[in-house]
Design a protein around this ligand. Structure first.
Ligand code: TYD
Ligand code: MG
Length: 470
């Protein structure tokens, strides 16, 4: 590889991996600004630069597996194993992304320690921290007795030589891919070419040896792992570890998984002694529920196979001069704009001249369309200043026509709500849920929803401040 002409450089976008002929302020491929970096010797010259070798034929096989698949390797941390789809698949590679400081190293060290306690052979290579720092962290979470093999290295050739020299580990973690480099390239560590090549070598090692590989990757401020396209397609699963600053809990979410579901989440709480699994997240997210303040509604959501109840909070205030403000935390702002437009044109609830703030309590990110009804109920309640009853939950998707569409797994959502002491569920018309133990109030469209949530107030106070077209 070294023989490659040293003078050869290319301009590579660090966000999407696109190669440009010359430097530019803006990447033509992904539109990112200031993402193009000159990389030395990164990309081999175009096709035809090297004489082709004559191909060797290989045997094709049929779809039916001839040999039994090896069992998955569980770490013993149930929340982690579930997100992976029931443990780590031997020979697979998994990428764990997240903001710096969210707790990736803590999670992985804990998973390795737990795996080692169960007899697995775990290797942890840190390219960021010295051994003493890793040991200190292990001591902090009471895992110093676990037989995890530690190493501090950044050169991929060194790492592979080390791994090859001993018995094959069952799980190897690399913390983080941004620090790993290969001597085959002249590009600086952390550049796309380095990250891609080093990750590729590690993934190939995993496939050949049968070790399960965990790659840790930092997310850049644009919300992407540096070189995401370069690494995401190399690995079998991509997990994101998320958490809001100032909140203690963390959510592990699968965004790609060749061997399991992608909608599963694992919930953890960051404590002074490492991460603690949260097996009943609804109770946590509703824990500090502010009772029945106006503008709050409880969404009966679903994350993967697990129901999850969260409180959504809305604040609506007359705007001052200029364009009204819209701010959303934990939900999609485009979705809020759509809901406001639907409320305006289908139910006559105009919030066009109001500032609107929306927040999902506890720092959780909600991505399910079925959250629409809960968000809308919170908005209506915020607008009127009248609280919704505290024992109601909401779910359902709102379409542009104003119709409320059914949501999957209604029964699961309702059972969780009943378990947590809710009595009434506002659900899309046609929702079938026998034996869920809640009173169902079916709504067919946003007009129904406005009338229903407005009706609650009118029964109590005899007035309603929402202007509805009825
Ligand atoms: P870390 O795992 O280093 O984050 P990452 O690898 O994603 O950059 O964790 C960082 C934070 O977690 C750090 O601010 C300290 C905190 N922390 C705890 O609160 N409790 C603990 O037991 C540990 C190990 C870390
Ligand atoms: Mg770290």
């Amino acid at each position: 590889m070294r023989i490659m002409a040293r003078a050869q450089t290319s301009f590579v976008c660090q966000a999407c991996g696109a190669v440009a002929a010359k430097w530019a302020g803006r990447c033509e491929s992904c539109g990112g600004w200031n993402t193009i970096v000159e990389e030395a010797g990164g990309i081999p010259a175009g096709a035809g630069a090297k004489a082709r070798s004559k191909g060797r034929p290989f045997a094709l096989e049929d779809l039916k597996t001839a040999d039994e698949l090896p069992p998955r390797r569980v770490t013993g941390i149930a929340e982690f194993d579930r997100v992976c789809g029931g443990g780590l698949v031997p020979g697979s590679a998994l990428l764990i992304g997240g903001d710096p400081g969210v707790g990736k190293s803590t999670l992985i060290l804990q998973a390795l320690a737990s795996h080692a306690m169960q007899g697995g052979r775990a290797v942890y290579i840190s390219g960021e921290e010295a051994m003493a720092q890793v040991r200190m962290r292990a001591a902090r979470m009471g895992a110093e007795e676990a037989s995890v093999a530690l190493g501090s290295a950044t050169c991929v050739e060194d790492i592979l030589a080390t791994l090859d020299s001993g018995p094959t580990p069952s799980v190897v973690a690399i913390d983080s891919i941004q620090t790993i480099w290969t001597s085959a390239l002249d590009a600086a560590p952390g550049t796309i070419a380095q990250v891609r090549t080093a990750s590729f070598d590690l993934v190939r090692y995993a496939k050949a040896s049968g070790a399960a590989l965990l790659l840790i990757g930092h997310v850049t401020k644009e919300g992407q792992i540096a070189g995401p396209k370069a690494v995401e397609h190399l690995v079998d699963a991509v997990l994101y570890f998320e958490g809001e600053r100032g909140h203690h809990f963390r959510v592990l979410r699968a965004v790609k998984n060749r061997f399991g579901p992608t909608d599963e989440i694992g919930v953890f709480e960051m404590t002074g002694r490492g991460l603690v699994e949260v097996s009943n997240p609804s109770a946590l997210f509703l824990g500090d529920r502010s009772g029945t303040a106006p503008g709050t509604a409880v969404f009966a959501g679903l994350e993967g196979t697990r129901p999850l109840l969260v409180e959504v909070q809305a604040l609506v205030a007359p705007a001052g001069y200029g364009t009204p403000r819209r701010a959303v935390v934990g939900w999609d702002s485009g979705r809020l704009a759509m809901i406001l437009a639907v409320l305006d044109s289908r139910a006559g609830v105009g919030l066009g001249s109001h500032d609107v703030y929306l927040n999902v309590a506890g720092g959780l990110k909600v991505s399910e369309p079925a959250a629409d009804v809960a968000m809308t109920a919170a908005l209506i309640s915020a607008q009127s200043g009248e609280p919704l009853p505290g024992d109601w939950v909401f779910f359902g998707e709102i379409s542009l026509s104003g119709a409320i569409r059914p949501a999957p797994q209604a029964e699961l959502r309702l059972k969780e709500a009943a378990k947590l002491g809710f009595h009434v569920a506002v659900v899309p018309q046609g929702t079938k849920a026998e034996g869920a133990g809640l009173e169902l109030k079916a709504v067919a469209d946003v007009g129904d929803l406005v009338r229903l949530t407005g009706g609650v107030r009118q029964n109590r106070r005899g007035r309603g401040r929402i202007e509805s077209d009825e």
